[in-house]
Design a protein around this ligand. Sequence first.
Ligand code: ADP
Ligand code: MG
Length: 356
Amino acid sequence: TTSVHRIHSGQVVLDLQSCLKELVENALDAGATSIDVRIKDYGTTSIEVVDNGSGIAESDWPYIGLKHHTSKLPELALLPSVDTFGFRGEALSALCALCESVTVVTSTKETEPMGAVIQLGRDGRVMDHTARVAKPRGTTVTLSGLFVPLPVRRKEFERNAKKELTKALSLLTAYALIPASSTPDTPGVRLKVDGITTKRANLLSNDGRGDLRTNVQAVWGSKALDGVTEVDIALDVTIDRMARREGDEAASQTVQVKGLLSSAAWGQGRNAADRQFFYVNGRPADLKSIQKVVNEVYKSFNTNQVPLAILDFIIPRESVDINVSPDKRTIMLHSESNLLSALRIGLESYFAPSRS
Ligand code: ADP
Ligand code: MG
């Protein structure tokens, strides 16, 4: 069964990017406002995520590495409104199966300034938790030897480590850009990524207390804001009859689109394909169909250019299913095609005035 578990684990944690995503989201779920990521040798030696969140209570230690154990889902009835990024209890268990070693150092309000060192085994069980160390409140998860238990995958990782790190940094950028005030759920987070024994020590850094413009500037420099304007569009989205609830008379709902977008008059020949990030209610999400509409509309005004686009879609919670895929990046939106056509119309009139 161990090898079956490893195969399944490989689907939750496919690469360095998903590994870091799970660790960072766990930190955010724990209410962290500061996250330090340390990546040694492009992640091939070790990966460490240090947060200042709630820490893990001693009664939870036996369960953190076990599959389908989560502290985030007290009752299944809560499913439609789950606020946390994770609730499947799959990430740490997968990482235990996929790494040479997983160490968790954690301290709670009750135990700070002391913490416990928890050593998890391949099977996710606690092997040792005897050591007590000085530790401010929060949790540090250290993984070493990612993919070592899967020799073929490990070789591939070593071969493509630089590429995988670039991909991972792009995803972490989505978290670093989250503005301090976008929604009450997302207070903003200080995110710092350091490469150890890679060329650039400071790979990404943002103090996370700023608004979106401040964050863009912190991450890419002030030039990144040239020709970029604020977007705030209310879309009137027709609700599919199928998605309407009994007794619910509303035929449409408002989806607010907020963020930054290159203006139609943006300089010739520019391409910001690597500066497109989409969010649903303040959470980073893969929104391929939305991205496609944004780029299509933009190109119709500004030939062959790809704009900077950092857009948060504020959607009524009951119209979003966040956790349909194991990696939770794929989001199901009810009445999606109606949303897409409303977005197309909204963006067309947004760009139109600047044409004249
Ligand atoms: P999930 O996030 O789906 O609950 P995970 O496997 O990612 O599952 O984590 C398992 C459990 O370990 C979490 O439910 C949480 O109780 C605990 N945990 C993991 N990382 C942290 C962290 N950084 N801070 C506090 N608790 C954590
Ligand atoms: Mg998780």
